[in-house]
Design a protein around this ligand. Sequence first.
Ligand SMILES: Nc1ncnc2c1ncn2[C@@H]1O[C@H](COP(=O)(O)OP(=O)(O)OP(=O)(O)O)[C@@H](O)[C@H]1O
Ligand SMILES: [Mg+2]
Length: 275
Amino acid sequence: MEENNTDFEEIEEDFIEEYDMEESRDLEIKKIDKRRIKKKDQSAIRLAVDSVFDERTVFLLRKLLDKQIIGDFVGIINAGKEANVYLAYDKEGNEIAIKIYKIDSNTSRWMRNYITGDPRFKKVGKNPSQIIFLWAKKEFKNLKQAYRAGLSVPQPIHVKNNVLIMEYIGDGPTPAPILKKVKSLENPEKLFDEVYQFIKVLYKAKLVHGDLSEFNILMLDQKPIIIDISQAVSIDHPKSDQYLIRDIKNVINFFSKFGIETPTVKEAFYDIIKN
Ligand SMILES: Nc1ncnc2c1ncn2[C@@H]1O[C@H](COP(=O)(O)OP(=O)(O)OP(=O)(O)O)[C@@H](O)[C@H]1O
Ligand SMILES: [Mg+2]
């Protein structure tokens, strides 16, 4: 209950801060020396050009560059319907992945349905950007919860409004491929076991992924890293069993194609929810 309130208040604070930022924008820009503006603007503009981000997002990115939370953008990894994912560097030159959600009223409409019913997020506003900010925060929180449980997910680094920064999964500039695209799996049996254990441990950490499939598993050196955890729900969510069964079905369907022995969906479900 308290956590729900905090979430909401934090988002409201973000709004106020954002609003103030808009107000004091000209003033702030004047304060920064011209050479730095030019450098930062180039990165932000590069982003604005290859995507469809609103002015507020571009301004926020510029702020993250100024605060040196982001060092520089390298390029786009994936352009999706709801979000784009970029490869960037932090200030020490380490690779990071930046997921930027688009502020869009159609997206926020279905997101709203997903958040409603999650006991962690009691008050859900109507404003599209408010819902999308909450969504990004939800992904960050879910990542944290999973990461703390020792699960194989990208380490969460930072979240602000619609921008989520996390550990980059890849080999140098080449991002890790999704499981669906991996041509040769050395040991599908072992991999199935790892993904199955992921579902089990995540459930013990009180979460259900809700969109688990070969499309949301990255493969690095034959090891699975589970991503796209934004829609994950608390096991207390009224639809958590339904989502869990769907996740189990997806995983079993995918791995049974390799001719390996898998439990039935029912067996797996009862095994996962026990204790
Ligand atoms: N931490 C990361 N490191 C490397 N690549 C990543 C990372 N996170 C996401 N990606 C890449 O970006 C793609 C989209 O990420 P994600 O699945 O989280 O977003 P999405 O909104 O579901 O997009 P889509 O609808 O295209 O699946 C992934 O399939 C993967 O290729
Ligand atoms: Mg995805």
